[in-house]
Write a protein that binds this ligand. Structure first.
Ligand code: DQA
Length: 142
């Protein structure tokens, strides 16, 4: 199976940005952590990141053309207002799980609303890097 993990804006700044909220682990170590969890499984995991909305849509479309079986996406702040990403997830019809490191439901009001979640099969939040692992496991079970 092939799973694509897509990270949106500012997630490359993990380990630098708001450590009290997102923790001390840097982006690269989180990617290795996730890949390590599935190293002995028969699954290929590609992890991609971009700060640009259009790039994130290109990643989603490439998952369609390359026949990926599932997608895990943390759209960062685009979660809260990108109908373009919502449409892209809807367009490709590949099961997609939305992940947030932090508990978006216990922060600022604007973070409680996800416009992308309703295009996804599940939303996982507040579990840090293990949220990604849980999301991949959920997709592999389907
Ligand atoms: C985030 C939550 C978003 O509200 C925020 O804009 C992010 C990260 C998370 O992983 O908790 O950039 O998606």
């Amino acid at each position: 199976k092939k799973i694509m993990i897509i990270n949106g804006p500012n997630l490359n700044f993990l380990g630098i940005r708001e450590k009290g909220i997102y923790g001390n682990d840097d982006y690269e170590s989180i990617c290795s952590y996730i890949k390590g969890k599935f190293a002995d499984k028969n699954v290929r995991i590609d992890i991609l990141q971009s700060n640009s909305e259009g790039k994130l849509i290109d990643f989603l479309q490439s998952a369609y053309f390359r026949n990926f079986d599932g997608i895990v996406i943390n759209p960062g702040a685009y979660t809260h207002y990108s109908y373009a990403i919502f449409d892209a997830i809807k367009s490709i019809s590949i099961p997609t799980v939305e992940v947030h490191l932090s508990n978006i439901h216990e922060r600022e009001e604007f973070r409680k609303i996800s416009v992308t979640a309703s295009a996804c099969v599940a939303q996982i939040y507040g579990k840090g890097k293990d949220g990604y692992v849980e999301a991949v496991e959920l997709l592999l079970k389907r």
